[in-house]
Ligand binder design. Sequence first.
Ligand code: PGA
Length: 241
Amino acid sequence: MKLIEVETYEQLSEKTSELIINKIKNDPHTKLGLATGSTPLGAYKRLIADHTKNGTSYEHVITVNLDEYVGLAESHSSSYRYYMNEELFNHINIKRENAHVPDGTAEDLDEECKRYEALIDNLGGIDLQLLGIGQNGHIGFNEPGTPFDSVTHVVELTENTRRVNGRFFKDIDEVPTRAITMGIASILKSKEIVLLISGKQKAEALHRLLHEEISEQFPASALKSHPNFTVIYDKAALEGV
Ligand code: PGA
């Protein structure tokens, strides 16, 4: 596990965007694993600014997102596909058919999970997977107790996750009760993993990641067994203030 400590959220975003841009410059056919949530927003803004100013091209880049709510269509403003369109895809020259998000409206969700996992494998694996972390250590929607050998699957969201994510909805009752998520094993197949941890509300999660044993009760701890795993965190996450 490699640790990169920065002072501020802005620096964390800068560092993250640099890593991604360098990756794409070295290999224009990079397969990027992407995450939603608040944490990657600053990095996405910088990717857009760099694309606009310096012309970094996403023409051959393929992206694979971690998760999606069950039942929310692309047009729903709280779906993760909508978030990705708004926060990144609409502003760079990625081909829509190369930007993958699980389909939460699929009629057969188990089939959709199988299709998604096969897609990752057929791509030859993700080159760089970006991750955020939940206060309880979840990665993607893999909540505590998720087996480390899990692949893409449907999950029942915990009440806590629904409450925390309620900020992206008009009302907590609107938050779906299920989601499709890449599993822990799907994530661990990536060649490189970068986990972003920002803010005092994540201090306990960072502390547990750094100091606790690997355990299925703390999903992010699985990443510690990965040979190319980097954590970028800011002072607020380290100090809890
Ligand atoms: P956040 O979400 O970036 O909005 O904090 C991360 C997560 O819950 O995985």
